[in-house]
Ligand binder design. Structure first.
Ligand code: ADP
Length: 273
């Protein structure tokens, strides 16, 4: 009655035994909300000082490169490092803000029809921009129906998977982007033939800041939040992420969308939107 949240779980045993567990989760929810607000506020407050810092560093480095004799080389190197670290912090703050926006906004997303052939093309281009010719890309589109959702969010989630495939596989690897029918609806798979991930890590990969190899992730510019963002975007689209991998077996990141998130096939006479 006073805005409290009560959680009830009923477990069935055999034919007529039931275990009913009732918990007041109000305090837990408030704590969780405080945590989210805190992270969102701190991230927001960090944005401006980081922008100012990176602006000054850029001006300094521009001057150092146009008049190299005026600045000791050691100093230029140190400032270059500072700029790299500042960019890392900016990426981290951006990802934290994205995650908190995804966590707090309404679960229901918009339902614009997203043309998945174009989507696959865009995410391939995002991957190619990072790979610079070091990887092979294949795109297979076997399902004609559009996904109903928010194009920007879906693109950022799928792009994340392709960018990870580029970051965590050796040069010469093949990355396949596949949009196909699934028994529950449709799926987008990002498949690579890289070194794979030990099965023991798979269930924890979508946790915030969970990394298999921390130094490699940091080196490659990762924030440790990519897969947590992917999971939240998919949740908001009633979809889920399955990961299949093992050492030496490459990896498959499969986003499964339910039939309710699929548009009617083109040409079935649905009304114009
Ligand atoms: P990060 O910013 O560290 O990339 P993510 O949440 O995107 O964070 O990924 C978590 C971890 O999962 C990565 O640090 C990496 O160890 C592992 N990972 C993700 N994608 C792949 C992949 N395609 N192949 C091997 N490892 C991967």
């Amino acid at each position: 009655h006073d805005g409290r949240t009560i959680e009830a779980r009923i477990t069935l045993f055999g034919d007529n035994e039931r275990l009913v567990l009732v918990r007041d989760v109000t305090r837990l929810q408030r704590l969780e909300q405080t945590r989210r607000d805190f992270v969102a506020n701190v991230s927001h407050e960090l944005r401006t000082p980081l922008t100012v810092l990176s602006g000054y560093l850029e001006t300094f480095l521009d001057q150092a490169s146009s008049q190299p004799d005026t600045v000791p080389r050691r100093l230029t190197r140190a400032f270059g490092q500072m700029q790299g670290q500042t960019h890392r912090m900016q990426n981290l703050v951006d990802d934290l803000l994205t995650l908190s926006r995804l966590e707090t906004s309404e679960r229901q997303t918009e339902r614009q029809p997203i043309d998945m052939a174009s989507m696959c093309q865009w995410i391939q281009e995002d991957g190619e921009a990072l790979s610079q010719g070091r990887h092979h890309f294949l795109v297979e589109v076997e399902e004609p129906r559009a996904i109903l959702g928010e194009e920007r969010e879906i693109r950022s989630a799928l792009s994340n998977l392709v960018i990870n495939a580029v970051r965590y596989t050796p040069d010469g690897s093949t990355i396949t982007i596949r949009y196909a029918t699934h028994e529950r609806g449709a799926m987008v798979e990002v498949i690579d033939d890289g070194d794979g991930i030990s099965a023991t890590h798979l269930s924890r990969l979508t946790e915030r800041f969970y990394r298999v190899d921390k130094s490699r992730s940091t080196e490659s510019g990762g924030t440790g939040l990519g897969l947590a963002i992917v999971k939240h975007v998919l949740l908001r689209h009633d979809a889920r992420l399955d990961i299949e991998s093992d050492i030496g077996q490459g990896a498959v990141f499969r986003c499964i969308f339910p039939a309710s998130r699929l548009d009617a096939p083109a040409g079935t006479g649905n009304f114009p939107r």
